[in-house]
Design a protein around this ligand. Structure first.
Ligand code: RIB
Ligand code: CA
Length: 329
């Protein structure tokens, strides 16, 4: 059992159903201390992402001294393309359809503070509190991180590690044949981040599509566990499961963002491969593609790696960890 102090993390997120599950996993894992959460546009507009963040924090309990900020409302140079067709109009599986016996909302909307600091300010405050001791976990497009590299590079270069759910190395994309959603939404931001020299750990579709719950498993968990986190797992995932059934022929939920948090909890869950990765920012068919140089030529003849990518995962061990943690609360 690990005895060191918990890893201090900041989550940058676009909740989004799997983001919400990732946040619950992070909050319920003693290996992590969530010291900051910032929102970014992606699955839903950033204002909705922030409302969803507060809704999940109400469910889970908000850690004392948690710093919360709201980030970018649009990508660096693209119009925002959301994923409400996957996550529901509200981004959380349309929770307002659920009522208690007295007719009240099962998941009440939460008052969001009128003024929230920008993401970069929250990250700077976190660095002041915990100098040189922070891991950033990005669960959405990399717009906030790219902007922070421009506005406050000294702070950003103090992150011990940046773990990012995104990209597709040796598997197809999920938005187009070539592109994964987080990269597709803001390819310029991703390219800027990958080229920055930050200590990046990429958690791409190659591994996140291997850690999946199906509808039957989710309903079985909800029948066995009456706790709020598992009831939320059932209540928030119906829309995404229906979408997957319609489009892919099976009602499954890939745990994209929870796996990125899992890598922070236990890095041995995945095997990392140093890679040089570039992002296609212009291609008519390939915009958002993450192109890794995997040629089998001498390493000295290739560009040096700019990140470490998780290309294999112990899926059963992660799924057990994820379910165990959510069943506890
Ligand atoms: O491609 C999956 C990623 O895009 C996840 O982060 C999901 O929440 C969406 O943001
Ligand atoms: Ca996300």
């Amino acid at each position: 059992m690990k005895t060191e102090r918990p890893t201090r993390v900041i989550l940058d997120t676009d909740p989004g159903v799997d983001d919400a599950l990732a946040l619950l996993l992070a909050l319920y894992s003693p290996e992590l201390e969530v010291v900051g959460v910032t929102t970014v546009c992606g699955n839903v507009p950033v204002e909705q992402a922030t409302r969803n963040l507060f809704r999940v924090l109400k469910l889970a309990g908000t850690p004392q001294n948690l710093l919360i900020g709201q980030g970018a409302s649009r990508p660096l140079s693209e119009p925002l393309q959301t994923a409400t067709h996957v996550h529901g109009a509200d981004g959380l599986g349309e929770l307002d359809r659920l009522r208690n016996e007295d007719g009240s909302l099962s998941y009440p909307n939460v008052e969001v503070p009128a003024e929230l600091p920008p993401a970069q300010e929250v990250w700077a405050q976190c660095h002041q509190r915990y100098p040189e001791d922070l891991t950033l976990i990005t669960l959405g497009p990399l717009t906030n991180l790219a902007r922070a590299l421009d506005s406050n590079p000294d702070i950003i270069r103090k992150f011990r590690n940046v773990i990012s759910m995104g990209g597709a190395v040796a598997v197809p994309g999920n938005v187009t044949a070539a592109a994964e959603f987080n990269i597709f939404v803001d390819p310029h931001a991703a390219q800027q981040v990958f080229a920055s020299g930050l200590p990046m750990t990429l958690v791409p579709l190659d591994v996140t599509t291997q850690v999946v719950l199906n509808r039957e498993r989710i309903l079985a968990l909800a029948a066995q566990h009456a706790n709020p986190a598992i009831q939320f797992l059932r209540d928030a995932t119906g829309h995404a499961l229906n979408f997957s059934e319609k489009v892919e022929g099976q009602a499954i939920l890939p745990l994209h963002d929870p796996l990125a948090v899992g890598v922070a909890i236990d890095p041995t869950l995945v095997d990392l491969t140093p890679l040089h990765v570039q992002v296609e920012t212009e291609g008519r068919l390939t915009k958002g593609m993450t192109l890794a140089d995997r040629r089998t030529i001498r390493e000295s003849l290739k560009p040096s790696s700019n990140l470490k990518a998780a290309l294999s995962v112990d899926a059963p061990r992660f799924l057990t960890l994820f379910q165990d943690r959510l069943c506890r609360k």
